[in-house]
Ligand binder design. Structure first.
Ligand SMILES: [Mg+2]
Length: 309
């Protein structure tokens, strides 16, 4: 089961980048009627500004625009690891073969020429989104636990951290690691180790909200991120997950297994992914040293793990 984010029925948001007011209005009308949340930008620069403050599922972009045209905008987007994954459709009167080859060569999904039929455009939008869902789903997940993989985890948390810089809020980040995992593998075999990881994945996703982020950082290490959640509530959630994990793993013969966890609150304990992870990791390391099977909140006197040895 995936971190339940993808299971929710979803309203897609689209950014329409178009300098011609009539076309922009027509697109906005048709997309809104089809249930999309529509954002507008009248050229490449204002599109970049918009993408800095909203998360969109799709971009429909004109080519001929003042300031920064569509090709220049696509160039900029290609340099950004997060933005270049957003589905992208050129919608333009530039209809020569050269234009279309140039546009499609920039890694976009569709190149639609004007004049266009709104119904056909909508069908293309849905086709593009369907393709992305399938590819993106596979690329985002850790194959064993079906939680987010390391790259996606980091990308989604960074996006959230950028958001709380603009709209201040607290969040909790947790770094956790299964205790004595090596012994499980050595004593009971790697299949038992895989089962343990599966039980942990179930425990970590049992009662989470759709906004929560859960992923496998590597090996037996996991990271969780709870938006709008102060330290004390985050701690209670993790403790509940810990007892669920003990119960689930107990049924397997190798258990009951435990984990140690370190917890930080953003932005109090850090504003970027690396700082928060290092500090949560340091708190997790301290939890291990103090006898494992516990959750510790990071405190400034806890040395980073590298210094603690
Ligand atoms: Mg134009």
């Amino acid at each position: 089961m995936e971190n339940s984010v993808a299971e929710e029925p979803k309203t897609y948001s689209v950014l329409v980048v178009e300098d011609d007011p009539h076309t922009a209005e027509l697109l906005t009308y048709n997309l809104s009627e089809a249930g999309f949340q529509v954002f507008n930008a009248e050229d490449g620069l204002s599109a970049l500004h918009k993408l800095d403050i909203v998360v969109v599922d799709l971009i429909i972009c004109d080519v001929m625009m003042p300031e920064m045209d569509g090709f220049a905008l696509r160039d900029r987007i290609n340099q950004d690891l997060v933005m270049r994954e957003i589905p992208f459709i050129f919608l333009t009167a530039k209809s020569t073969a050269e234009d279309q080859i140039l546009g499609l060569g920039m890694g976009v999904d569709e190149y639609v020429t004007k004049p266009f039929d709104p119904e056909v455009l909508l069908a293309r939008v849905h086709a593009v989104l369907r393709r992305h869902e399938i590819y993106a789903r596979v690329a985002r997940l850790d194959p064993l636990t079906k939680l987010l993989n390391r790259q996606t985890l980091q990308r989604e948390i960074e996006r959230e951290l950028a958001r709380i810089k603009r709209y201040p809020a607290v969040a909790t980040l947790v770094f956790l690691d299964i205790d004595e995992f090596k012994q499980v593998n050595d004593k009971y075999g790697h299949a038992a180790g895989d089962h343990a990881l599966g039980h942990l994945a179930s425990a970590l996703t049992k009662d989470i909200r759709t906004v929560d982020i859960v992923g496998r950082y590597g090996g037996e290490e996991f990271i969780l991120y709870f938006p709008e959640t102060p330290e004390d509530i985050g701690r209670r959630i993790i403790e509940r997950m810990h007892s669920t994990f003990q119960q689930l793993s107990e049924s397997d013969g190798a258990g009951p297994l435990t984990f140690s966890a370190g917890l930080v609150e953003a932005p109090r304990d850090g504003e970027d992914f690396t700082t928060l992870c290092n500090r949560a990791d340091a708190a997790m390391y301290r939890a291990k040293k103090q006898g494992k099977a516990q959750v510790l909140v990071w405190r400034p006197e806890m040395a980073p793990q590298s210094e603690a040895g």
